[in-house]
Design a protein around this ligand. Sequence first.
Ligand code: ADP
Ligand code: MG
Length: 625
Amino acid sequence: MSQVTELEFQAETRQLLDLMIHSVYSNKDTFLRELVSNASDALDKLRLESYIDKDLGADTSDLHIQLTVDAEARTLTIADNGIGMSRHEVIDLIGTLAKSGTGELRRKLREAKDSAASEELIGQFGIGFYSSFMVADKVTLVTRKAGETHATRWVSEGDGKYTIENLDEAPQGTAVTLHLMPEDAENHLFDYTSESKIREIVKRYSDFINFPIRLGDDVINSQKALWTRPRSEVSDEEYTEFYRHVAHAWDEPLEVIPFRAEGSFEYQALLFIPTMAPFDLFMRERKAGVDLYVKRVFIMDDCEELMPEYMRFVKGIVDAQDLSLNVSREILQQDRHLQAIRKRLVKKVLSTVKDLQNNHAEKYQTFWREFGRVLKEGLVNDFDNQKTILQVSSFQSTHSAEDLTTLGDYIARMKDGQDRIFYMTGETREAVENSPHLEAFTARGLEVLILTDPVDEMWTGSIPEFDGKTFQSIAKGDVDLDSEEERKAAEADREEQEKQYAELLTWMTETLTEQVKSVRLSARLTTSPACVVGETFDLTPMLEKMYRSAGQELPVTKRTLELNPKHPLVTGLRDAVATRKDDQALKDTAALIYGMALLAEGSELRDPAQFAKLLADELTRSFAG
Ligand code: ADP
Ligand code: MG
């Protein structure tokens, strides 16, 4: 006799199950879509596996999904003769939450107290196999993996535990039996033993599935691959359900992109841009989103060669006519055809985004909010499409607190004689808005782009211009904002100033020689006494911080300290230095001015304790005054 082992679900899984059981999710029919989708994946995997491994010995002559209802026992069974699972895999894949390990999901689970929140959560994370527990109070899964003799039975009542047991025999593949809860209109529970209800659900959600779905002896789906049908003949609903199947998602596609290439190398693609970013979009181990088919036969999921990293949000399939069925990932990396496909698809996705931007403002805003940060990675990685990516990008700007701007619109608003696109990078909008560097720009009414995504630090360092206009960081280099006449008028002024301040600048450069490259007068300050600026090719403070936190050793970049010649602190220091050069208190003041400039731009002080001490001393002296 085989032994029955009782195991506990992992904590998050338990919470998730609880949520499913008590959810009033209004669309409970979707459990069947999820189970059929899993069965279809299992059939795809078996077909491929037996093609690769001729010794597998699995029967692939009649791959199908069988649905069986037993009205008396109130059960519904979804069976496939696909790849199946080993005992170990059952524990791994079914006993633990496939999409676990994310703080995000855990946090949301904790917060999802009311039903509206749980409804949203289910929709957002997409809850595959566990959706069974929306309609069943007990689920039995019997599975035998292709090539193995032993089978496994898994049973759970969704109460935090499950049992697992070895069986001597079972048909190859997986059968999931749902012990259905009683019908209950209030909780959106229908009679899932009704054949007509089952037909209706399959037709609605799973018609395109590539294998026959049988109810009794009838095949109840058309099995027509969506991408082979003309767009005009496919309804939005059909696209949505297909998207949910390939993307393992529950949201709506924001945009459907059908694509067909004819000629010497034929292929079809059906791509989707989701409405919601998946929670793992920025996680290292996350997968690509496009599956590869050859002549309608599934070859692999998440084919990295079909989409660049920065388009990892794109979901869908590519069906190539002339590839060998026998392709491996290694071969694919070299494949010229695939590289050509990828090139075309990237252009197609970018032109779709452009179309959203020009003709569907609201959709574009959703797209940019969810995926803009990812798309901008292409500015660093995809040289060929840099210009297009810049065109379809949006940025925060001092022009408006709410609305984003495109570069095109920025250029249209540029002042007479302005030949550069001004920007500043920083951690937050507030940090940039409060930074002293912005003062002169605000005073002159010059618009500055506010770039706060980490990736902005990267591309701004490598892209010199857009549409003939140079990008200029307002925190770097020398700025000269005046017009020709203003400049001439200021010239005399400045010469006089330089004379007046020469001694202070030399003294202060010496005093702060460890920290700064030099000290000079500033044209960018109106109210602050000082700011720190980098050279055009210096790392920005934020980029330095990013590298350091990633564990990289960096040489210290010395920047330039700029002083506001009109600020009383600066004039006061100038006059004091003229008489008492060696005074320690004055040196402390110089150090304090430098520290304040760092704090004002949001940088960290190298020695905060020392700064605090200097400040305390200075304040004490002011009383002693
Ligand atoms: P997802 O399909 O998004 O991976 P699911 O919760 O639907 O998440 O399924 C979890 C995993 O369990 C699947 O990835 C698959 O490995 C395994 N699985 C589920 N159903 C089957 C089945 N019918 N045959 C084989 N494996 C299955
Ligand atoms: Mg699934």
